[in-house]
Design a binder for this molecule. Structure first.
Ligand SMILES: Cc1ncc(COP(=O)(O)O)c(C=O)c1O
Length: 391
């Protein structure tokens, strides 16, 4: 039941301006729709932005993760350590290759993978090949500690940077902190191309493998094939690859979004600052700030209700009744039927992730929100909490 006649504030909305629209129209008029010059340009700019040698555009973060794991030879019998507090794509890509994701619990403050819990899991098995940390909500993981574990246990680090643009840790951008980074440009992400993703790495041979595997295992990209000196009909298939390339229409949008990425982050930061100022003293845990000098992307603003029996679902419904969209990130993987049954997991196997799940609410935080929208969200949170206290 809606209590208000005001417009509904959705949980998320993309920020598509005239520049993005013009860039896509120009691309459509050019007649070149698939991977081409725009994608190459987007890759060059993205690599510069993140501070890596190679950026490889693909059509999702899921594709980026799959390609990264494949390039490092992850396969049956191998294990990859990750967090249960993520979207299923993080772990499912490990299964694509016949390997097994293994979870470690999260830190109760940052909600990122807890390095102490991670080390305990690593000690239990010798088949670990990689660490797959997620910079949850856009807050960088403790990469010093994770890098130490990678060195000690001889593991590759693949950053799931789906939420992490722009995000930095000790002066370096997410996506340049491990061996490979994987970004998402899905419609609700901080850089949006509708669907899209990017792999970042300094590793030449991994970049080469990913370049080949993202397009059918063909040794040359489509555009190179049509523009190079060799006959355009000639190509060589060197592996059974995938169809993961990014179209130029998406890259055209991406270029425009990237040019505004820092500004858009500042707006989200100011929304987070406002929420923090309004919510102090309420019976909720506020999201952690980035450490001094680090940068939080603020893809998500996640509060946690306090109390042993949090009325989280009721809280989200009450916000919706006031015209405010909210969501939950995430239903942890270890309680999802597939993961639970395949690995015989129980909610209490990862008590921190399960506790946070029961209490967490993601509030709207996006640049298309007006100041009035932001104020309405904050007021609604306060009003709903006050009504909870009365009954
Ligand atoms: C942490 C995380 N990793 C990976 C993905 C997958 O991204 P994509 O939809 O671009 O494949 C998502 C999507 O929401 C995500 O939240």
């Amino acid at each position: 039941m809606r209590l208000e006649t005001q417009k509904f504030i959705p949980f998320a909305a993309p920020d598509i301006g005239d520049a993005e629209i013009a860039a896509v129209v120009e691309c459509l008029r050019s007649g070149w729709l698939t991977t081409g010059l725009k994608t190459k340009e987007f890759e060059r700019l993205f690599a510069e932005f993140v501070g890596v040698k190679h950026a490889l555009a693909v059509n999702s973060c899921t594709a980026a993760l799959h390609l990264a794991l494949e390039a490092y030879g992850v396969g049956p019998g191998d294990k990859v350590l990750t967090t249960p507090f993520t979207f299923t794509a993080t772990a499912e890509t490990v299964r694509y290759l016949g390997a097994d994701p293994v979870f470690a619990d999260i830190d109760p403050h940052t909600m990122n993978i807890d390095p102490v819990s991670a080390e305990r899991v690593l000690q239990s098995d010798v088949n670990f090949k990689a660490l797959l940390p997620v910079h949850y909500a856009g807050l960088p993981c403790d990469m010093n500690a994770l890098g130490g574990l990678a060195e000690k246990y001889d593991l590759k680090v693949i950053e799931d940077a789906a939420h992490a643009l722009p995000c930095s840790y000790k002066g370096r951008a997410a996506g340049s902190l491990g061996d490979v980074g994987a970004f998402s440009f899905y419609a609700t992400k901080t850089l949006c191309t509708g669907e899209g993703g990017m792999v970042t790495t300094d590793d030449d041979s991994i970049a080469e493998r990913i370049r080949t595997m993202r397009l059918h295992g063909i040794s040359r990209d489509v555009f190179d094939r049509y523009q190079s000196e060799k006959p355009s009909w000639y190509y060589e298939v060197v592996a059974p690859g995938f169809k993961y390339n990014m179209p130029d229409t998406a890259a055209a949008m991406g270029i425009e979004q990237l040019s505004r990425a820092k500004l858009l982050r500042e707006r989200r930061q100011s929304i987070a600052d406002y929420y923090n100022s309004q919510f102090s003293g309420l019976p909720i845990d506020l999201p952690p700030a980035a450490a001094t000098g680090d940068e939080h992307a603020w893809h998500l603003y996640v509060i946690r209700l306090q109390g042993i029996n949090p009325r989280r679902d009721e809280f989200i419904q009450a916000l919706a009744d006031r015209g405010v969209g909210a969501s939950v990130h995430f239903i942890p993987l270890h309680v999802q039927p597939y993961w639970r049954e395949r690995y015989q997991l129980k909610p209490d196997d990862f008590p921190v992730a399960y506790d946070v799940y029961r209490r967490c609410v993601s509030l709207p935080i996006y640049t298309k929100m007006s100041d009035a929208d932001v104020e309405r969200v904050a007021d609604s949170v306060k009003l709903v909490l006050a009504s909870f206290e009365q009954n």
